[in-house]
Ligand binder design. Structure first.
Ligand SMILES: [Mg+2]
Length: 247
């Protein structure tokens, strides 16, 4: 069976950067993804916590299918759904309070994505990092059951409870060119683990990038190894995710 390929962005296709806007995209990445998408008859999508527009900027001038903001928004073949800030009044009201709560902390960044908000503390000292984590946990608790907190690598993000990468992948699989294909998902951190579980349940292949406990059956060492694999697949190597190293 042919595969449908779902790719996380940060830490999977590109190395994690000290600041989210400082990511470096390998010059070969976009042409490789375009060749591989053609080989998969279009069944290739980016599944990320970033907004769709930010992925477009990083991968310009290409326009890939994207599930952004952990699945809050999706774009398939140029058609967008979801992700409007005005659909999230409670979150919009909480963002200024969260901003105020972390304003005095050193090197703590707020990334306001409209329908979700992330607090980054990668560059903060340990005390301020702990305060930043507490602040985002408190904000998530104040918002109640309609939202949930996703903790990643030195980042805490509040997202709508209905939005997950697992939902996003299943939504892609309901329609062409993804329908009827076996899902393969590559991701690197704990926000990807839920989707690994659902991909496993759907008979697909989950691939963890980097170290750490995982639900994935397969593992690649780092984003450079991911790019090598995608280049090989794009250039005609057999696409056999079951042959990847065991996790
Ligand atoms: Mg990632």
């Amino acid at each position: 069976m042919s595969i449908a390929l779902f790719l996380d962005f940060d830490g999977t296709l590109v190395e994690i950067a000290p600041r989210p806007d400082a990511v470096q995209v390998d010059p070969d990445l976009v042409p490789v993804l375009e060749r591989l998408r053609a080989r998969l008859d279009g069944a290739l999508a980016i599944v990320t916590g970033r907004p769709v527009e930010v992925i477009d900027d990083f991968l310009s001038p290409a326009r890939f299918d994207v599930a952004g903001l952990h699945g809050v928004e999706r774009r398939v073949d140029g058609v967008r759904a979801g992700g409007r800030p005005e659909d999230h009044p409670d979150l919009r009201a909480e963002v200024p309070r969260l901003r105020a709560a972390v304003a005095a902390l050193d090197a703590v960044l707020i990334e306001d994505k409209g329908a979700s908000v992330a607090v980054h503390w990668r560059l903060a000292n340990p005390e301020d990092a702990a305060r930043a984590e507490s602040a985002v946990k408190a904000a998530a608790a104040a918002l109640g059951a309609d939202y949930r907190l996703q903790l990643g690598k030195a980042v805490g993000e509040i997202v709508p409870a209905s939005a997950t990468k697992a939902h996003a992948i299943r939504a892609f699989l309901e329609a062409p060119p993804y329908a009827g294909r076996r899902p393969v998902f590559l991701g690197d951190d704990r926000t990807d683990e839920l989707a690994f579980g659902s991909v496993n349940a759907d008979g697909g292949v989950a691939v963890r990038v980097g170290p750490g406990e995982t639900e994935a059956a397969r593992r690649l060492a780092d984003p450079a190894a991911v790019r090598d694999l995608l280049r090989a697949w794009a250039d005609g190597a057999p696409i056999d995710p079951d042959a990847l190293p065991a996790a």
